[in-house]
Design a protein around this ligand. Structure first.
Ligand code: GDP
Ligand code: ZN
Length: 458
């Protein structure tokens, strides 16, 4: 059965000067050619770009000046013929081009349908497909390389290896049960089963441990700057933004359209709360009370609490300390260029081990120390993305947690000397859960659900 040809705008609305209409499917080139003013696109070489105009077939008017990329199957993202029409006008003209395309033999792509085709055509596996989605959303270079590694199949490779180990264990038990008379089949003792499950369990646990760092790299550290009015919150925000170039990421291919701005502090991407948010938190404790403000603050990965060196500690400062207990925070004592009125012993006591940085933001003093503290807090020094396989996808993390739990059930069964054929139900379940990560045992509905989360046009 021949697939239909799909089309969509693959540029986020309002971003960038260039907007792209992407087509994929057997008629992608023919449809574009019908509307194209210049060369015969059916004759051009694959992976070439051509300047021309899109003509409205109804009126014969020029709809848009365009650059058309022609990419023939199978060396394309979807493994189908792909055409990308680069329109340099705004949304109006790109919509017009899409409208004309759709009046021909193409239909509007569903969200994630391009990536879904790449998956269904065997171009990528499920975890790679999800990595594409992560890539689209990746915000820093480091996050990008994590996503790229996953797309390379590193995670898939690791998962496959773990599944193989579990499968061998299960097979071994099966053989013992089915052919107890075979002497040369080594008896799968409880001890051996314990060793195998423990090993896989530990590897999953390690994956989950680095997942937290992966999440931070991918999404940026949600950072809230709090403190009483006038202590220097805005000054701190400005200092961090000025010192560290905002991150601008632009990737070729599927993600060229994504431009995000974040602040990169020594490899730690900070997603600084916008000014409106900061203002809101200024008297957040006053407004909504300690308990509820804690809830709000809890959504932050990092809190920067600013105090004034030139004033005594106030009731409001103490309330803020109270509100952030147990969370990840750094105290910045600002305005050290002015005479001391703040009791530093009291501050250090309240900080209870969290870093306390002294600063005079007006003189740009203390920023280096703060940055070092931020990097230290989150990566205990250097970040090494070298040979760590990050799991950065929420669904993967969920499945890994379930797999870990299933293995723990198996291990508990072994502990109380349950028969191995019962224990292996949990082992098989682990094998299935891991399979869902790479799409091996994923049901059709799961696949549909997954791809529908993608942005339209990807
Ligand atoms: P916010 O209300 O907490 O956002 O505080 P701002 O950043 O707006 O700063 C309040 C005032 O304190 C401004 O007039 C700043 O210029 C001043 N200020 C900020 N940092 C320092 C500092 O290190 N020393 C002194 N003397 N003044 C500062
Ligand atoms: Zn402010």
């Amino acid at each position: 059965m021949e697939r239909d040809t799909i089309a969509a705008i693959s540029t986020p609305i309002g971003e960038g000067a260039i907007s792209i209409v992407r087509l994929s499917g057997p008629k992608a080139i023919a449809i574009t050619n019908e509307l194209f003013s210049k060369k015969d696109l059916e004759q051009v070489e694959s992976h070439t770009i051509h300047y021309g105009k899109i003509i409205d077939p109804e009126t014969g008017d020029i709809a848009e000046e365009v650059m058309v990329s022609v990419m023939r199957a199978p060396k394309t993202f979807t493994r189908e013929d792909v055409v990308e029409i680069n329109c340099h006008g705004g949304m109006v003209s790109v919509n017009r081009v899409l409208e004309i395309i759709l009046s021909k033999n193409a239909r509007l792509a569903e969200p994630g349908e391009f990536t879904k085709r790449a998956f269904l055509n065997g171009r990528i596996d499920l975890s790679q497909a999800e990595a594409v989605m992560d890539l689209i959303r990746a915000k820093t270079d480091k996050a990008m390389s994590v996503a790229l590694k996953q797309m390379d199949g590193r995670l898939s490779g690791l998962i496959k290896r773990l599944r193989q180990e579990l499968l061998e264990t299960v097979a071994h038990v099966e053989v013992n049960i089915d052919y107890p008379e075979y002497d040369d089949v080594e008896e799968m003792s409880h001890q051996m089963m314990r060793e195998k499950t423990q090993k896989v369990h530990d590897e999953i646990e390690r994956l989950l441990q680095v997942a937290k760092q992966g999440k931070i790299l991918r999404e940026g550290l949600a950072t809230a700057i709090i403190g009483r009015p006038n202590v220097g919150k805005s000054s701190l925000m400005n200092a961090l933004v000025q010192e560290n170039k905002a991150i601008v990421t632009e990737v070729a291919g599927t993600t060229r359209d994504i431009i995000e701005e974040y602040v990169n502090v020594r490899g730690v991407p900070l997603k600084l709360v916008d000014t409106a948010g900061i203002r809101e938190t200024e008297d957040i404790v006053e407004k909504i009370g300690v308990e509820r403000s804690r809830k709000v603050l809890k959504e932050s990965d990092l809190i920067l609490l600013v105090l004034n060196y030139n004033e005594e500690l106030m009731e409001e400062d103490k309330k803020l300390f109270e509100a952030i207990q147990g969370l990840e925070y750094i105290v910045i004592v600002n305005k050290t260029d002015l005479p001391q009125k703040l009791d530093m012993d009291e501050v250090n006591h309240l900080a209870a081990g969290s870093p306390v940085i002294t600063a005079a933001l007006i003189k740009e003093a203390g920023i280096d120390e703060l940055e070092a503290a931020i990097a230290q807090t989150f990566f205990a020094g250097e970040i090494d993305t070298g040979d760590v396989t990050y799991v950065s996808n929420v669904r993967h993390i969920q499945l890994l947690k379930q797999a870990k739990q299933a293995l723990e059930d198996a291990m508990q069964g072994l502990e109380i000397a349950m028969p191995l054929d019962i224990v292996q139900i949990d082992v098989t379940r682990t094998w299935e859960l891991l399979g869902e990560i790479i799409g091996d045992t994923a049901s059709d509905s799961l696949i549909d659900q997954l791809f529908s989360q993608f942005c339209l046009g990807k």
